[in-house]
Design a protein around this ligand. Sequence first.
Ligand code: E4P
Length: 220
Amino acid sequence: MRLFLDTASIDEIREINRWGVLSGVTTNPSLLAKEHGDPEAVWKEILETVQGDISLETTEPEADPMYKQGLELANMAPNAVVKVPMTPNGLECGKRLVKDGIKINVTLVFSPTQAVLAAEIGAYIVSPFLGRIDDVASDGMHALRQICEIYEIQGYETNVLAASLRHPMHVVDAALAGADIATMPYDVFTKLVKHPLTDLGLEKFQADWRELHTELKGEA
Ligand code: E4P
């Protein structure tokens, strides 16, 4: 399962990128608004910093302007993936972009039926939002499992990207469900590496190493 960061913060991206495990970034208008910078400049920096799929979201609601905007976003860099919403206009625009050979990510997906539609237009990525499904007292992970199973049975090649992940167990369960990609905020990503026994073990190894050297110095 490929790991993506769900952020528009270049500092967060740089920090995780140095771990050597970052395969892509997902952005959306809300994440860009949090950074307060010119979106084009922010996207450009992300596209240059990470060698992997970078999702840039369209904001035009109508199909024609959305298509025009999608072409502009796709032209920004070879690793740009154009996000379109799961709406009739998003599907129409997405299908046209796919015909042009552009990689699209169908976003704001909350059900298996929507995921089938995304696959049918030939999307490169489908993004079910697990956490937001949980927020309305429904089971996001169940929806993800159904989507992965349907894609397997139907032989769809669209990549399933588990989105709106809120904690490390979401990442574990998404991997077990067979998601191709998991995107998560920085605070969830940094929790993946943490374990109290790693910290304790390292502390003990360092203390023993220091003690050995004090002992050797004493003998000399
Ligand atoms: C994915 O592409 C979205 O940007 C994201 O995962 C939404 O997550 P949220 O529900 O935490 O805003």
